[in-house]
Design a binder for this molecule. Structure first.
Ligand code: AN0
Ligand code: CP
Length: 325
C-alpha cells in the first residue's frame, strides 16, 4: 500500500479487520519492521488523538517519529502555483515537500478542508501534492475530504460489539448541531466505510446537508431523525457543514442558526427509540451541542474505546505502508 486515503486502499476489508485483531492480540509483534525507518507526521491543523495514536503506532512498529506542526515553528507555506510570494508566506509547498521527504520514509498529512473553494478541497489538492512530489508512501490523518484512520478505528469498535446485536447491526450516522462550520471528512469516510461493512447503514441530517455521492453512494437517507434512530444498534453522531452538492454556493456553510437545531442534539429521548444503542463519536465533541452529558458518560458510550482503537488502526496502516517500502 503506497497511499492510504480510501477504504479500497486496504484491499479486502475483512482481511484488514482480522489484521486489526492480530494487532490487538500483540501490538509489538512487528517491532523489527520499522527499525531505522522514520515516519514524518505533518499537521496543518490541531490534533490530540491522531497525533498521539499515530506516534504510538509508529513506536509499536519500532519506527522513529518526527512530528511537524507546520503553523508553529516552520515557515508559513504557500500552496498555490503562479503567485508572487510577497505576503506572509516564506516558502512554497513545492520545495517543502521534497525537502521533508529527504528526512523520512513515510509521510502522514493532516490538512483540513479550507472551505475556500469546493473543487480544491474535493480534489484533495494538498494531499495529492504530497503523493506526487514526496516519492514516499503517504497516509491521510484527516485531509480535506476523508479521515480513514478514524473510521477504520470506528469499524474495529463496531466489530467488537457486533455479537451483542440482534442480527445485522443497524448503524445510524446522525448530524448534530455545532456552532462552527466543520469539515465533511469524518461523515464522508464513515459513509464510505460503512457501505463496505456488513451493517444496515442509515444517514440522517436536515435537508441541505446531503453528503457527496462519491462517499455516500446510494446509502439510505432518512430526514426524520427519530425515524432513522428507531431500532438502531449504533448511533454515530457528528456535525458537518453543507457539502454543497445541490447548491455549490453553500459549500462549507452552517445553513441554520444552531439555536434552532437543538432538537438534533443526541439526548436520552433519542437513545430511547433505539435498540439500547451504543453511542459513538470521533471526538473532540462539544457536550450540550452534539450530545448530552448523560449519554456520553453513560454505559452505552463507546467514545473512549474508539479513541483507543485509533492506535490499532494506525498500527495496521503503518505496517502495510512499511511492508511496501
Ligand atoms: C474536526 C472535524 O470535524 O473534522 C476533527 C474531527 C476529528 N473537528 C473539529 O475541528 C472540532
Ligand atoms: N478524532 C480525531 O482525529 O481527533 P484529533 O483531531 O484530536 O486528532
Amino acid at each position: 500500500m503506497k497511499v492510504f486515503q480510501h477504504v479500497q486502499d486496504l484491499g479486502d476489508l475483512s482481511t484488514a479487520l482480522a489484521e486489526a485483531q492480530e494487532v490487538k492480540r500483540d501490538r509489538y509483534q512487528w517491532k523489527h519492521l520499522g527499525v531505522n525507518k522514520t515516519a514524518l507526521l505533518i499537521f496543518f491543523n490541531n490534533s490530540l488523538r491522531t497525533r498521539l495514536s499515530t506516534q504510538k503506532a509508529a513506536m509499536n512498529l519500532g519506527m522513529n517519529v518526527i512530528v511537524l506542526d507546520v503553523n508553529q515553528g516552520a515557515w508559513k507555506l504557500e500552496t498555490e502555483r503562479g503567485v508572487i510570494m510577497d505576503g506572509d508566506k516564506s516558502e512554497h509547498l513545492l520545495e517543502a515537500i521534497p525537502v521533508m521527504a529527504q528526512y523520512c520514509d513515510i509521510i502522514g498529512v493532516r490538512s483540513f478542508a479550507r472551505f475556500e473553494n469546493r473543487q480544491d478541497d474535493y480534489e484533495e489538492r494538498i494531499l495529492n501534492q504530497f503523493v506526487l512530489y514526496s516519492g514516499r508512501p503517504v497516509f491521510a490523518m484527516e485531509t480535506a475530504t476523508v479521515h480513514p484512520l478514524q473510521v477504520f478505528a470506528d469499524l474495529i469498535t463496531i466489530e467488537s460489539h457486533r455479537r451483542e446485536c440482534n442480527g445485522r447491526p443497524k448503524v445510524v450516522l446522525s448530524w448534530a448541531p455545532h456552532p462552527k462550520a466543520l469539515p465533511q471528512a469524518v461523515p464522508n469516510s464513515f459513509a464510505q466505510w460503512m457501505r463496505q461493512a456488513d451493517v444496515d447503514f442509515v444517514i440522517t441530517h436536515p435537508e441541505g446537508y446531503e453528503l457527496d455521492p462519491l462517499f455516500a453512494g446510494n446509502a439510505r437517507v432518512e430526514y426524520n431523525q427519530m425515524k432513522a434512530l428507531a431500532d438502531a444498534d449504533f448511533v454515530y453522531a457528528k456535525n458537518w457543514s453543507c457539502p454543497g452538492v445541490t447548491r455549490p454556493e453553500d459549500y462549507g456553510k452552517v445553513l441554520d442558526d444552531y439555536h434552532t437545531m437543538m432538537d438534533w442534539t443526541i439526548d436520552q429521548r433519542h437513545m430511547d427509540v433505539t435498540r439500547d444503542a451504543h453511542f459513538m463519536h470521533c471526538l473532540p465533541v462539544r457536550r450540550g451541542m452534539i450530545v448530552t452529558d448523560d449519554v456520553i458518560e453513560g454505559p452505552r458510550s463507546l467514545v473512549i474505546e474508539e479513541a483507543g482503537n485509533r492506535e490499532i488502526s494506525a498500527t495496521v496502516v503503518l505496517k502495510r505502508l512499511l511492508e511496501s517500502l
